[in-house]
Design a protein. Structure first.
Length: 69
């Protein structure tokens, strides 16, 4: 397998780098799902606010964009 060399930005990633990148992407996706779930949660004793869902969706979208997903 070819490993990235410091001066080669387009070189294929090695297994360790690919795994680290995948772990970071999964963590970002998990956080985005948590944010969306919080925005969509409906507590029975409280009235659901549509702004909460919109805010959660917007934050999740921005989080994914910031990580290049």
């Amino acid at each position: 397998m070819t490993q990235n060399q410091p001066g080669e930005p387009n070189a294929p990633l090695g297994p360790e780098a690919r795994l680290s990148r995948l772990e970071a992407q999964v963590a970002t996706l998990a956080e985005a799902v948590r944010v969306l779930a919080r925005g969509l949660e409906n507590v029975p004793s409280e009235e659901a606010a549509p702004e909460d869902a919109a805010r959660g969706a917007r934050f999740a979208h921005e989080l994914l964009l910031s990580q290049g997903l």
